[in-house]
Write a protein that binds this ligand. Sequence first.
Ligand code: SF4
Length: 399
Amino acid sequence: MTRSDPDSCPGVLRLHQAADGPLARIRVPGGRLSPEQMQALAAAAVDLGDGNIELTSRGNVQFRRVRDAAELSERLTTAGLLPSATHERVRNIVASPLSGRTGGWTDVHPLVPALDEGLRADPRLAELPGRVLFTLDDGRGDVSGLGGDIGVHALDDATYALLLAGKDTGVRVPAAEAVDLMLAAAHGFLELRDGQWRLHEIPDGGTRLTEHLLANRSDLDASGEPVELAPRQDIPIGWLTQDDNRVALGAGVRLGSLPARTAEFIAAVERPIFVTPWRSIVLTDMDEWTAEQVVRVLAPMGLVFDANSPWLLVSACAGMPGCAKSLTDVRADTAEAVDSGRVIHTGTPQVAREGLDADEIVATGRQHWSGCDRRCGRPKGAVTDIIATTDGYRIVPAD
Ligand code: SF4
């Protein structure tokens, strides 16, 4: 696939003109936010946006109906959330959220600032399309299945597999060289691309980029036993005991929209926060008493700490009024389906149907609601599609 247009991914300095007003997307490498940054986002959402912080499928955040872009960029710069005007849109870095706290072979989070700084330090890499995704997986397999362009996946506590276009290349690299190899792959992608926004859009892109890297590094080969990487909906939810016996709390965010007031309470806990690519957050490094108070206060405010909640089964595109293409307010229909008990975990297998009114829909398991056939934001993996058409909703079961 060759594209003739530059990618139109929004940033803070280049807003997207959505149907309901300007939209700004803020990159959050590794999903990590300090409490001060969360507080700054909450204040900006109230003062300059629609009062909500939207979480994206890349662990970034965005504001809708932005009123003063200059003021927003100034505030984000002060908060350390806009460290580069030239490279802001290329900092799409997802890392295993719980890495270094529980599970996984190693802690990938120290690689995040190293990769981010490496990207920002290189003028040529500002030319990367804003859609390129970097993934850092500590071996548990939670983010390697997201279909990133360039990634590493820990195989033990000292070795990473290089992933390109979402697949294992067979190239193995010591931890100390992982970031440099990812940066070299980013350069290689720029040399190979002919307008494409993503590596998988280049015919044999992963293979050709691997060959390109091996041609320039005589110490590398691609002889590693391939690792299978499957999409997983691996949301860390609820009470998670860290290896150091402190507590992390995973919290689902209903339809990925975090009200500023809730964000203020999260910031007030004064612990490191991670935005996950599953539109949830993880609040870390708490003692048990603090974690109990967090659940007591934030669950009634709508955060989801119950892994069996139907809210964790649903996702939805922007829909009306945010998207001009939408045929309906799909998010309101999704919320109504959850609230009225029509989103269920198990039951009879989902069957294909069409011409349904929103209140007729009863759907089982993971499901994505879309305001039109484009199905924006659809998660990877087995997901039932519920799609608005001019003749009512159509259900396409996962297969
Ligand atoms: S799926 Fe359609 S309605 Fe929904 S955001 Fe995408 S283009 Fe808009």
